[in-house]
Design a protein around this ligand. Structure first.
Ligand code: AMP
Ligand code: TRP
Length: 332
């Protein structure tokens, strides 16, 4: 029985890799706990890269609709938008005052961009502090994330440890749960599927578009009649994570036997995507066309999150010496 929390930046509509590699596994982990999980859309973090308000709003809805369509139960779990819980910014300030400069200067997220410091905002520099606040505000125990977030979790634990040493054991130290990265899905050009490469497949979007993009998957030029290597083929790799095992084995045999073309494999992949995600596609369309319903869910989640957040913050303010026990109503 553990409290699970994870955040998803609203940097774009999630793609097949995000769905299979992050969203579905996080929902599975959340559902396996007796306690509600805290799942949120990190729109404050997205502000470090997105400057267009319409784009930010649209991305936030697209991410929310995807999680709900993927099966997140908002009655059981606390599903909210980061910016609806302003308490997180207050905690981030307190934590920032305990965070040594070199810890942030060594963070990959900053270092990658540090060649051109004029383009680094204070928000990007302190990104890990806000992330620590996200996690510590709810006394989180388990944080499912990709390996790329390892350092951010270490920073969170370091900050929490420093706080606890100075002010008393107030914060739970969170454990990261790294997702199995056995399956880095290739995109339609064969490189890692990524929004920044423009090579993604969106299984919850328009089917004509999906079909066109599947047809554009890059393959080698082995002629139809020749045997083909399934293990080096992008079409087969994608098929193997969306189709049922028996169908995958059948396709593998067809590749090895020869007389089976990439065009046929692409048709099969499209069908598998269409079928596997049919219920989610329909649910996505419903959610995305009902912003009122999305807002109502996010508001409900924010209320639950805030009541939890306020409990932590009251203890934190008291520990820091900002308010007296009497004034805050907090009993020591
Ligand atoms: P990103 O927004 O690209 O950082 O992706 C968020 C999470 O989605 C990552 O931490 C991964 O767990 C997952 N993910 C992204 N791209 C892929 C991919 N091509 N294959 C598998 N998982 C992915
Ligand atoms: N930085 C994370 C990412 O880019 C998103 C995130 C923000 C997050 N706050 C978090 C993840 C808290 C886990 C916990 O993927």
């Amino acid at each position: 029985m553990s409290r699970v929390l994870t955040g998803i930046q609203s940097s774009g509509k999630p793609h097949l890799g995000n769905l299979l590699g992050a969203i579905l596994p996080a929902i599975e982990l959340a559902d396996a706990q007796a306690e509600p999980a805290f799942l949120f859309i990190a729109d404050l973090h997205a502000l470090t890269t997105i400057r267009d308000p319409a784009v930010l709003r649209e991305n936030t809805y697209a991410v929310a609709a995807t999680w709900l369509a993927a099966g997140l139960n908002p009655k059981r779990h606390v599903f909210f938008r980061q910016s609806d819980v302003p308490e997180v910014c207050e905690l981030a300030w307190y934590l920032g005052c305990l965070t040594p400069y070199p810890m942030l200067a060594n963070a990959h997220s900053f270092k990658e961009k540090s060649a051109n410091l004029a383009e680094v905002s204070a928000g990007l520099f302190t990104y890990p502090v806000l992330m620590a606040a996200d996690i510590l505000l709810y006394q989180t125990e388990l944080v499912p994330v990709g390996k790329d977030q390892k350092q951010h979790l270490e920073i969170t634990r370091d900050i929490a440890g420093a706080f606890n040493r100075i002010y008393g054991e107030l914060f739970t130290l969170p454990e990261p749960i790294f997702r199995e990265e056995v399956m880095v899905l290739p995109g339609i050009d064969g490189r890692k599927m990524s929004k920044s490469y423009g090579n993604t497949l969106d299984p919850l979007g328009d089917l004509n578009e999906l079909y066109k993009r599947v047809k554009r998957i890059v393959t080698d030029s082995t002629p139809i009649d020749q045997p083909k290597n399934p293990d080096t083929c992008t079409v087969f790799k994608l098929y193997s994570v969306v189709a049922p095992p028996a169908a995958v084995e059948e396709m593998r045999q067809r590749y090895l036997a020869g007389g089976y073309g990439y065009g046929q494999a692409k048709e099969a992949l499209y069908e598998a995507l269409r079928e596997r995600f049919a219920p989610q596609r329909e649910a996505y369309q419903q959610w995305i066309s009902d912003k009122e319903a999305l807002e109502a869910i996010l508001r409900g989640g924010a209320e639950r999150a805030r009541s939890e957040a306020q409990k932590t913050l009251q203890k934190v303010r008291e520990a820091l010496g900002l308010r007296s026990a009497v004034a805050s109503g907090f009993r020591v």
